[in-house]
Design a protein around this ligand. Structure first.
Ligand code: THU
Length: 135
């Protein structure tokens, strides 16, 4: 994992950060008040955003990362190359285990964890989910 400032990211990854920031604006968070935004870049070049969406039945809450991935896959994308996730945290936000497993399903190569201050951690799937489940 590599710690970087936003301005040290490649232009592609900075664009993904901005898309995650925009997606976060739509977070539906009446219960936790914790807004998460994510964005995925696909081999096609298209970028898909997602935010967390909560529910009064708490177990039905869905994370921003998974919504961004499902948005891309639901649009027909199968080659997901990079993902950025961000939240208003002291350190770059750490994705939950379920989201790590979903990232693993689509073999996302480059993952940027970030916060609103622009602190970034450049990670691989192996960093986030060593010895993950496969069928
Ligand atoms: N959340 C995410 O969106 N991504 C994560 O990886 C962890 C948690 C959301 C779920 C819930 O809406 C809120 O953060 C508090 O758990």
């Amino acid at each position: 994992m590599k710690k970087l400032a936003l301005k040290e990211l490649s232009a592609d990854l900075r664009e993904l950060y901005d898309a995650a920031l925009a997606a976060r604006e739509h977070a539906y968070i009446p219960y936790s008040h914790f807004a998460v935004g994510a964005a995925v870049r696909c081999a096609s070049g298209a970028v898909y955003g997602g935010c967390n969406i909560e529910n009064a039945s708490y177990g039905l809450c869905v994370c921003g990362e998974r919504n961004a991935i499902f948005h891309a896959v639901g649009a027909g994308e199968r080659e997901l190359e990079a993902l950025c996730v961000l939240a208003d945290t002291e350190e770059p936000v750490s994705p939950c285990g379920a989201c790590r497993q979903v990232m693993s399903e689509f073999k996302i190569k480059t993952i940027v964890l970030a916060n609103l201050k622009g602190d970034c951690l450049l990670c691989t799937l192996e960093d986030l989910l060593p010895y993950g489940f496969t069928l």
